[in-house]
Write a protein that binds this ligand. Structure first.
Ligand code: FES
Length: 161
């Protein structure tokens, strides 16, 4: 069985699912504006390999920060392993899930699959576009979202808000 993490499942699944998700996923429910052009996602020390942190960016849109557990192209942090992407599928905007077992984002609606270790490209499925990437910075031990690459985020008119 595949471990998957999603805010959608958390909200729709009731107490049992909520407990299961809460045990393995981290939610940045209080993302805060830094006051200097970024949005704080999490303390770097709290981000664990394979455990996605969901946050909202560039507005209330779902996004995920993931430590891939190994160096990946464009990765940030001490191991060049931190990446972040929009959590909205580029096919029709469904919230996607992160599979820790497969290290892939999977859309539950029509099963588009995206690879966060390879710039969010489409691995399979109907989406014609890869996931927009959230650019990151680390400041004083915290990870901040600072912009969008390869946007726009699904349903948004421009790459940055
Ligand atoms: S909305 Fe994601 S595959 Fe269709």
């Amino acid at each position: 069985m595949t471990k998957q993490h999603s805010r959608r499942a958390f909200l729709a699944g009731g107490a049992t699912a909520a407990t299961a998700v809460a045990a393995t996923a981290v939610s940045a429910t209080a993302a805060m504006a830094s006051g200097d052009g970024g949005v704080k996602i999490a303390n770097l020390a709290d981000v664990k390999p394979g455990v996605p942190v969901d946050f909202n960016y560039p507005d209330d849109a779902l996004a995920y920060l993931v430590d891939m557990g190994r160096s990946v192209p464009g990765g940030l942090g001490p191991n060049s392993s931190l990446v972040a992407y929009s959590g909205l599928c580029q096919h029709r905007g469904c919230p996607i899930d992160y599979s820790s077992d497969q290290a892939l984002f999977i859309c539950p609606c029509h099963r588009s699959i995206f690879d966060p270790s390879n710039s969010g490209v489409v691995v399979e499925g109907p989406s014609q576009r890869g996931l927009p990437r959230v650019t990151l910075e680390i400041r004083q031990g915290s990870v901040y979202a600072t912009g969008i690459e390869n946007g726009p985020v699904y349903g948004r008119a421009c790459s940055n808000s």
